[in-house]
Design a protein around this ligand. Structure first.
Ligand code: SAH
Length: 204
């Protein structure tokens, strides 16, 4: 099933071999409840409890490809750990991964899953990610897996020069947004439509 998943991602236009390798090596079924495990490799988002969802494989691959932009990644920050699937993919393409989640019991689940995979280069934290993790930056990449209503300004100074921020933006219709921190500016590109749960303030 994972080989088929990679073939499908290729057909859907994912080109980055590093990302395709990561997608092919992370078992997705361990991140979803047993009742849904048989559907783990279908191209759809699935419920993970607490009103949240695990993103569909194509979206995870696409955002990871955008985050990499063909570079090797040192330190990466993920905002919205959820069940930890995207986190596990990041752990295979970056040296060091920090991931923050606002819902404590979801984070506990993610910890269990990531431990099962022995993802030793991942640190997860119970925090409101809208402010990033200033103490641990700067990051080569920041990925947000919940939709923001505006550009999260607080995250920009936490991006290393050459770094990339990838996140969904919008309230009704959402789009993927890429911000590249070049030596001169923060260059913003708006990309395809996506569907994410909203970024929410505070801890739960
Ligand atoms: N990356 C996940 C997707 C999880 S859905 C996966 O691979 O499955 C988005 C997650 O973002 C939810 O778990 C939600 O609780 C979390 N979230 C929303 N607002 C947040 C915030 N301000 N800080 C941290 N996490 C947040």
């Amino acid at each position: 099933t994972r080989v088929r998943l990679v073939e499908r991602l290729r057909a859907q236009g994912i080109k980055d071999e590093v990302v395709l390798d990561a997608m092919g090596s992370v078992p997705r079924h361990i991140f979803v409840d047993e009742a849904l495990a048989s559907r783990a490799y279908e191209d759809c988002s699935l419920p993970i409890g607490f009103g949240q969802t695990i993103s569909n494989p194509h979206t995870v691959a696409r955002m990871t490809e955008l985050l990499r932009g063909g570079r090797t990644l040192g330190k990466v920050l993920e905002i919205g750990t959820g069940c930890g699937y995207q986190t596990a993919v990041l752990a295979r393409v970056a040296q060091e991964v920090y991931s923050v989640e606002r819902i404590a019991p979801l984070l506990a689940k993610a910890r269990t899953h990531l431990r099962e995979l022995r993802a030793a280069n991942v640190k997860v934290k119970h925090a409101d990610g809208s402010l990033g993790l200033a103490d641990f930056g700067p990051f080569d990449g920041i990925i947000m897996t919940a939709a923001a209503t505006h550009v999260p300004e607080a995250l920009l100074p936490q991006l290393a020069v050459g770094g990339r921020l990838v996140f969904p933006i919008g309230t009704g219709e959402q789009r993927l947004c890429l911000i590249e921190h070049t030596a001169e500016e923060y260059r913003q590109t708006t990309l395809e439509a996506v569907k994410f749960v909203p970024l929410l303030p505070g801890l739960a």
